[in-house]
Design a protein around this ligand. Structure first.
Ligand code: PMP
Length: 361
């Protein structure tokens, strides 16, 4: 089999050794005579996987004591609802940074649940740059400040974090979690759909501080309440067993590779390769994103015409590189270079970009 270089934005490429391990133990999980997908979620095999995954998240992200790790269903989209439902009860309000399509979506959900103030809105420049984090002003009465650490569609990524006093930060890290170290103690809540850096679709990681757990709306039904989700050590309903199993293997693999420090180094290498090909193309490739806001996970770029963009995508596919079409809402091209993309894949793409520009420029 010739494995493609998969630049899809999510679900996206996963580490080959993880896929091989899943294949090898799919029918018989560690001598149990059953597949893990056939095992009880209350049984010792799954329990061990779940607990190990929680521990690895704590270790890899250096979570402070008392932070809780949950594996929920519903994708990051469910968190767009759960966050405001838990924290915007009574007279409470939150602050938002509107940095692109995903922040806008989260904002729409928060509006339905309560009052929202805008700490930043990038609409004026078409969501192509992020504000100076240090200069961001947040109302001190705010229940939380919402950030989207990486805008998967627009290709923007926060490079530093706002200092917003006592106001806890809530961050959607769906498309860059575990690609770099983060100061976990400064976040009240972090959430991330798994299908980019963590594993397959179907599980959503939620990390919540002990302080935030005490601020949740007490009148929510059990599944929607972070407090109740975190109250017991066991999940309150059937978790996405297969997705958590694969996520645990991805975390083990990341740890073996050297953790988030090594992930960050590789992500810088991949991004440098592609942005250099853009910047050195004499204007053939254009990045719409301000330099200091460029994402190291989703490299968004345009060619001189849409015809050339289509030709580029077809040419890349002939060279085993797929998933490069930009999001349907913005067009253009997007190379998603998550943790599991080999540096060699980015290098191959950068070489193709140079060859293509030379032949078509
Ligand atoms: N936030 C971001 C930054 C995303 O990239 C995505 C999905 N691409 C979502 C939220 C929505 O995630 P899900 O499909 O898991 O609900």
């Amino acid at each position: 089999m010739s494995r493609k270089y998969n630049f899809n934005p999510g679900p996206s490429t996963l580490p080959l050794p993880v896929l091989e391990k899943v294949r090898d133990e799919l029918l018989d999980y560690q001598g149990t005579g059953m597949s893990i997908v056939e095992s009880s979620h209350r049984g010792p095999e799954y329990k061990q996987i779940h607990e190990r995954a929680v521990d690895l998240i704590g270790e890899l992200l250096e979570l402070p004591a008392g932070y809780r790790v949950l594996f929920l269903g519903g994708g990051a989209t469910m968190q767009f609802s759960m966050v405001p439902l838990n924290f915007l009860w009574g007279e409470r309000f939150c602050s938002f940074t509107v940095t692109g399509a995903w922040a806008k979506k989260a904002l729409g959900y928060a509006h339905k649940a309560g009052r929202v103030e805008l700490a930043f809105d990038g609409a004026a420049d078409g969501y192509t740059s992020l504000p100076d984090a240090a200069g961001l002003e947040v109302d001190s009465g705010s229940a939380y400040l919402h950030l989207t650490s990486n805008e998967t569609i627009g290709g923007l990524q926060w490079q530093s974090w706002p200092g917003c006093g006592e106001v806890p930060m809530v961050c959607d890290m769906s498309s860059d979690i575990l690609s770099r170290p983060v100061p976990a103690e400064r976040f009240g809540l972090i959430y991330a759909g798994a299908q980019k850096n963590l594993g397959p679709a179907g599980v959503t990681l939620v990390i919540i501080s002990p302080e935030m757990l005490e601020r949740c709306n007490p009148d929510l039904t059990a599944y929607l309440s972070y407090t109740q989700q975190a109250a017991k050590n066991a999940p309150i309903n059937t978790p996405p067993v297969f997705a958590v199993y694969m996520l645990e293997l991805v975390l083990e693999h990341l740890k073996e590779q050297g953790g988030v420090q090594v992930a960050e180094k590789r992500s810088r290498e991949r991004a440098d390769l592609l942005y250099s090909a853009i910047d050195e193309s004499g204007g053939f490739y254009r990045s719409p994103v301000a330099r200091d806001s460029r994402s190291k996970m989703n490299v968004v770029f345009r060619l001189p015409t849409e015809e050339l963009e289509q030709k580029f995508i077809a040419g890349a596919a002939e060279r085993n590189m797929v998933g490069l079409k930009g999001h349907r809402s913005v067009g253009g091209l997007r190379a998603s270079i998550y943790n599991a993309m080999p540096v060699e894949g980015a290098s191959l793409l950068a070489d193709f970009m140079r060859d293509f520009a030379a032949a078509n420029g």
